[in-house]
Design a protein around this ligand. Structure first.
Ligand code: TYM
Length: 333
């Protein structure tokens, strides 16, 4: 695989660390699905990343298969777009080690996500958690990807990937393409419904903070009705109104309406009406995905067929890149 024939390559991944949320959907998955027509896409379930936080083996296996089925239900078409499992392609671990040796301790210490996660999992700040951005850099660079669709929280990791790639290219000559984060204009940072200054996360201990893609319509309605807002009772996008801003962002991302249009739609109406309407559009957006999910999850043979053929394609490209890298670094092949 030469750099020339992968000009339009797009790569992204999601961790199978639990049922993906509305944040994952609006910030990433939805863009992946749309991008399949325009780009040369490869997508991945980042299971190696997930073990930076201790997993229960049975639950982990279940989460991987469910996440896979969910992505098929969202519209990833593996006849066109390889969607593979990271741990099935050993080149990821191999390149990560090599790139670890071209990444500085200081750079990794500055990663916001590392700082957050090392506070959250203070009793297990393992080396994997620290080196995680290098594994992610390898994921992107293995496929010589130009575009990386992610939510705003991953931007810093894509920037680090560029720095590491540039450093490697400076030493050994053009090897890697410098990737660009591809961040949606709306939906890039969906916040918790309970603590709207924090991002919506599937690992939130409070399930009312997030909408899981498979939450039932009743649960979705309840969670939105309980969403934290403020005492002003005015649907307006403004600094300090984090809860309302977040709900407006979600509504805008799904309906395509601008913030001004939303303000006038709910002018003079209370938060009760607004929250119900936001819940309704989310329920309708997720309904077809939930229906398709039921079909896929009951067809494990089909899921295996999809990931195995995707693994093979990914492996072929990734192995070639690792070979090129090893040769440039000076390993004997
Ligand atoms: P992960 O699994 O945390 O999230 C997957 C994608 O969802 C986006 N996202 C959000 N977008 C908007 N609002 C939110 N509240 C929200 N929460 C999550 C994330 O930005 C991401 O795009 N390290 C990555 C997975 C990964 C990866 C990669 C991504 C591994 N290798 C290579 C891109 C390229 C992660 O943990 O994403």
């Amino acid at each position: 695989m030469s750099i020339i024939n992968c000009e339009n390559r797009m790569f992204s991944a999601v961790q199978p660390s639990g049922m993906p949320t509305l944040g994952n959907y609006l910030g990433a998955i939805r863009n992946w699905v749309k991008s399949q027509e325009k780009f040369n896409c490869i997508f991945m379930l980042a299971d190696l990343h997930t073990i930076t936080v201790r997993q229960n083996p049975e639950e982990f296996r279940k989460n991987i298969i469910e996440a896979y089925a969910l992505f098929l239900a969202c519209g990833i078409n593996t006849s066109k777009t390889p969607f593979f499992i990271q741990s099935h392609v050993s080149a990821h671990s191999e390149l990560a080690w090599i790139l670890d040796c071209y990444t500085q301790f200081g750079e990794l210490s500055r990663m916001t996500q590392f700082k957050d996660k090392s506070k959250k999992y203070a009793n297990d700040v393992n080396a994997g958690l620290f080196c995680y951005p290098v594994l992610m850099a390898g994921d992107i660079l293995l496929y010589k990807s130009k575009y990386v669709p992610v939510g705003a929280d991953q931007k810093q990791h894509v920037e680090l990937t560029r720095d590491v790639a540039q450093r490697f290219n400076n030493i050994y000559g053009d090897t890697f393409i410098l990737p660009e984060p591809f961040i949606p204009e709306v939906g890039a940072r969906v916040m918790s419904l309970q603590e709207p200054t924090k991002k919506m996360s599937k690992s939130d201990a409070n399930a009312n903070g997030y909408i899981a893609i498979l939450d039932s319509p009743d649960i979705i309605m309840k969670k939105f009705k309980r969403a934290v807002t403020d005492s002003e009772a005015k649907v307006e996008y403004k600094e300090g109104k984090d809860g309302v801003n977040n709900l407006m962002g979600i509504y805008s991302a799904i309906t395509g309406k601008s913030l001004e249009e939303i303000e006038s739609e709910f002018d003079g109406k209370g938060y009760g009406v607004f929250k119900t309407k936001v819940a309704e559009v989310v329920i309708e957006e997720l309904r077809p995905i939930q229906e398709k999910f039921k079909d896929y999850i009951n067809n494990i043979d089909y899921i295996k067929e999809c990931y195995k053929k995707s693994d093979d394609i990914a492996r072929e490209i990734a192995d070639e890149t690792v070979k090129e890298v090893k040769q440039k670094v000076g390993f004997v092949l």
